[in-house]
Unconditional design. Structure first.
Length: 288
């Protein structure tokens, strides 16, 4: 029960943040939001119609599609998010006349940040607000199209349509706000504690692994490889480390083998000992 309440409270907070962003920042500067809400905002600009109500109406056929073409639990999961977001859009409409941020560029940054933070709250509990997410999920299930592609295409069309109605400048500012929202949502969803996956190819793999374990305190995995040119067996080290530990590992490798080959790339999330654990009912029982 506590998990259920926490999940829905988190979704509500996220929707409220996005509702504040749209009403206090986007609308006073004639910016748009993405997806279905973007269409609702355009109709608000043209006719003064309720954004929340239009959002619900536009989402109805999408939820019907989701009910027939997706797992039955999917539309139920997204329904609360859609209703909470639609309610927040209308509830915070009293903020529109205040326009607390006068500079449009600064408004894009603040609005995108608020919107991205709100979205991250929703994503972290595995929910959505419907709209283009439903179209993406259906396209991904039946045509193996990346889930974000339909939303991206719709948003591009939305920007072109908005530019024809309101001019190029508001559309470009909207793109900037959307980019900020995307980056902030990714950052808050995946966390600030960035990780790196490091592959090390060296003739001194055993010594390097021992030093990394002893000095850095990170586990090391041996991958058995073979040089394509020499056909000589090679031990490839794989280390997943925090960003703050990367310099230490680089120093260890360069001191032991200056000719070592290193590949370093970003890791969005790591589950396991030394990092974060996936919460399960079994873990909760043990904790009690």
């Amino acid at each position: 029960m506590r998990k259920f309440i926490f999940k829905h409270l988190t979704i509500l907070i996220g929707c409220m943040l996005m509702g504040i962003a749209v009403n206090a920042i986007y609308i006073p500067h004639h910016l748009l939001s993405g997806g279905i809400i973007g269409f609702a905002v355009i109709l608000y600009y043209l006719f003064g119609w309720s954004i929340g109500l239009i959002s619900i109406i536009l989402n109805i056929p999408l939820f019907i599609l989701a009910y027939y073409y997706m797992d039955r639990s999917y539309p139920l999961t997204a329904l609360f998010g859609m209703l909470a977001y639609s309610f927040s859009l209308d509830f915070f409409s009293f903020l529109i006349p205040y326009n607390p941020i006068q500079d449009t560029l600064f408004a894009c940054i603040i609005g995108g940040t608020l919107s991205g933070m709100g979205a991250s709250f929703i994503y972290r509990v595995g929910s959505s607000t419907g709209g283009t997410d439903i179209i993406g999920a259906i396209a991904n299930k039946y045509y193996s199209i990346p889930i974000t592609t339909p939303g991206f295409i719709i948003n591009i069309g939305l920007m072109v349509f908005a530019a024809s109605l309101f001019g190029l400048e508001p559309a470009l500012y909207t793109l900037l706000a959307s980019f900020v929202a995307f980056k902030v949502a990714n950052t808050f969803t995946n966390g600030f504690d960035y990780k790196k996956n490091i592959l090390i190819v060296s003739c001194h793999s055993v010594q390097i692994s021992e030093e990394i374990i002893k000095i850095v305190g990170r586990g090391v995995t041996f991958l058995h490889g073979e040089g394509a040119f020499t056909h000589q067996p090679r031990e490839v080290l794989m280390v997943v480390a925090k960003l703050t530990q990367l310099a230490q590992i680089k120093n260890i490798v360069s001191e032991i083998d200056p000719h070592a080959f290193m590949i370093i790339h970003d890791v969005t999330d790591v589950m396991g000992k030394g990092f974060s654990n996936i919460p399960t009912e079994k873990n909760k029982i043990h904790k009690k």
